[in-house]
Design a protein. Structure first.
Length: 317
């Protein structure tokens, strides 16, 4: 499999597992095409043509020749210059380094993927106008935070060392979201302790528990009742804090997230919602493992994989 095929297949899996309807994604891609056609000539040179087929701004090939053959992967949750240097120093130099969290041009625009949060909230009963407005406000907050980042630092390391390098963020998060949501739908937990038991059936959460970082109940107790769960795993980063009060009013009683900031925690508490931290790195592991499963299925063979930066390989056959 070549690098371009890996990239395309990761995007295809991300679309397949996306919470949004396919029609919404198709309309988004069409709007990107229309936008590109309306740009004045100088600006057309800077338009990212990947936007015409890839709806995930946080997933890109960051360095490398798209036609490069790939048999071995060096996979990590956070890839920085140190991990690139480590990969180049390995006795068997990997063909491709894959990061989960975005770097380079995928980092500086990653907030664009937050729009999908509005569609999740709409599915839960929030009006589309309210969902759009609250997510837009939060997007601007995140944009202001990331635009000052030294976003190409790690990409420069890959370039100087001649390493193929890409990141796969929202497609991985979509896989984890879909997997855990389907588990809850199938098992129908009615108490928080049942939710916790379901999470601990998953090898990534088992491994995290062994390393003293298990899923945690941060609001509620083992006996707290559960009827309507929202899985808050995808959309780039945490959503608007004001949304919890609205979701609570609509009957959502429990939020299972990868992580919550202190401000988000306080808003959850004010909304009288149960809250469970499944685990950030464990959930990211789950999403990337599911992506690799799909890549290997399509390739008809397993990749040689070295794990770094918090990633552990667990096949889900």
């Amino acid at each position: 499999m070549v690098l371009k095929e890996i990239y395309q297949q990761i995007v295809e899996v991300g679309i397949e597992k996306d919470p949004r309807a396919k029609e919404i994604i198709d309309n988004y891609l069409l709007s990107q095409k229309e936008q590109s056609e309306k740009l004045p000539e100088p600006q057309k040179n800077y338009f990212d043509k990947d936007c015409l087929w890839n709806p995930f701004a946080d997933t890109r090939i960051l360095h490398g020749e798209p036609a490069s053959e790939v048999y071995s992967l060096h996979v990590g949750i956070d890839i920085d210059s140190a991990e690139i240097l480590l990969a180049s120093a390995l006795k068997e130099r990997p063909d491709l380094v894959i990061a989960h969290h975005p770097q380079g041009k995928a980092l500086i625009t990653f907030y664009e993927v937050m729009d999908l949060q509005a569609d999740i909230f709409y599915q839960m009963g929030v009006s589309i106008s309210e969902a759009d407005n609250l997510v837009h406000e939060r997007k601007k907050e995140v944009e202001r935070r990331v635009i000052s980042a030294n976003y190409d630092k790690t990409v420069d390391a890959a370039r100087l060392l001649g390493m193929n390098f890409m990141c796969a963020h929202t497609p991985g998060d979509n896989c984890a979201y879909s997997f855990v949501k389907d588990l809850f739908h199938k098992k129908r937990p009615h108490k928080i302790k049942e939710v916790m038991n379901i999470l601990l059936e998953v090898p990534e959460y088992q491994k995290a528990a062994e390393e003293k970082c298990p899923p945690r109940v941060i609001i509620g107790s083992d006996e707290s009742r559960v009827e309507n769960i929202i899985v808050d795993f995808t959309g780039g980063t945490e959503g608007p804090k004001k949304m919890y009060e609205r979701l609570s009013a609509l009957g959502v009683d429990t939020v299972v997230g990868m992580h919550f900031s202190e401000e988000h925690y306080k808003c959850l508490k004010d909304a009288n919602m149960n809250a469970i931290v499944a685990g950030h790195i464990a959930s990211d592991n789950l999403g990337i493992n599911l992506l690799i499963d799909e890549l290997e299925k399509n390739a008809g063979a397993e990749f040689e994989i070295t794990c770094c930066s918090g990633f552990r390989r667990f096949p889900h056959k």
